[in-house]
Design a binder for this molecule. Sequence first.
Ligand SMILES: O=c1ccn([C@@H]2O[C@H](COP(=O)(O)OP(=O)(O)O)[C@@H](O)[C@H]2O)c(=O)[nH]1
Ligand SMILES: O=C(O)[C@@H](COP(=O)(O)O)O[C@H]1O[C@H](CO)[C@@H](O)[C@H](O)[C@H]1O
Length: 322
Amino acid sequence: MRPDARAWFTGRTSTTRSVHDVDVARLLRAKRRGGHRVSVVLPARDEEATVGGLVADLVERWVRLVPLVDEVLVVDSDSGDRTAEVARAAGADVVAAAEVLPAHGSRPGKGEALWKSLAATTGDLLVFLDADLLGDVSHYVPGLLTPLLTDPQVGYVKGCYTRPLEVDGRSTPAGGGRVTELTARPLLNALWPELAGFVQPLGGEYAGRRAALEQVPFVSGYGVEVGLLVDLLGLLGLNGLAQVDLGVRRHTSQDQEALGRMAGQVVSAVLARGGAGSAAGLLTQFRSDGAGFVPVSTGVGVDERPPMVTVGEYLAERAGAM
Ligand SMILES: O=c1ccn([C@@H]2O[C@H](COP(=O)(O)OP(=O)(O)O)[C@@H](O)[C@H]2O)c(=O)[nH]1
Ligand SMILES: O=C(O)[C@@H](COP(=O)(O)O)O[C@H]1O[C@H](CO)[C@@H](O)[C@H](O)[C@H]1O
């Protein structure tokens, strides 16, 4: 990793791997002193199987028992199932993405749902969670809020985690984050090497200040995460970004063909932003040693030969043979 990325990785990575890591009193004090209002947003398309449990736990723990969160909004992104009813029954506010800012029309995609959520929420701090998360994620919200509530310099926080892969009912302890590992990470390392310290640049769990989020575009589809990361780097600078090790993240994964389309949207979002960083030719990946993440950097710069027509010996040989 470049020195700036390594310094960021070391200085801006914190850990909240369970509710036992959460200093609730400290967070409530900081929230009160800062006069903050917290909105949690779950973009959801056909998530009736998982959204209810996520919302119920979130509302019980962080709205009713501990007043850390002020509103929980599920943005129904053109669901064809009972996502909206299940989410509402579990205690969330629910809006249909298409009904927010109707004069601006309605576009498909996760990023559209997230953009519309800005107009449908009131918090100055926003937390975004995917609605297909599995397992105990009750520490995600306080974990993501901690840097925002305790460090005024931080404007945007990404969750990071190991990612088991669960496809077709089979689960392996690693292998998740396929678009991250095979598309987003190599591109970000090449074009914005200062972002190489992000363990999960595409992760769907993140939090930010409204004052920052309302200043940047939202890519309408799956390019939203990479677009936000690059644009908020530009707006806030690397020191305005942080990440929290949340332990493990399990979710319902899509098949390879769907991820190929997702990768295409991520590439489009990256290419639309160009990338002024030097093609550092260095790829930093991360291994989990149980205690944290260990960066592993590999040179991936490729040599290339110039066009043969620029090689004098070749031209001389060709001229001699004529
Ligand atoms: O058009 C869409 C596509 C996805 N999502 C939601 O965005 C989150 C992440 O999407 P998905 O699970 O499809 O991506 P993956 O996690 O498989 O990368 C989930 O809560 C989806 O319900 C959405 O709101 N609108
Ligand atoms: O990180 C990834 O490679 C993809 C796919 O993850 P899996 O291979 O299905 O575990 O998942 C993320 O990417 C999407 C695009 O940024 C986000 O919208 C999702 O929230 C996130 O799960």
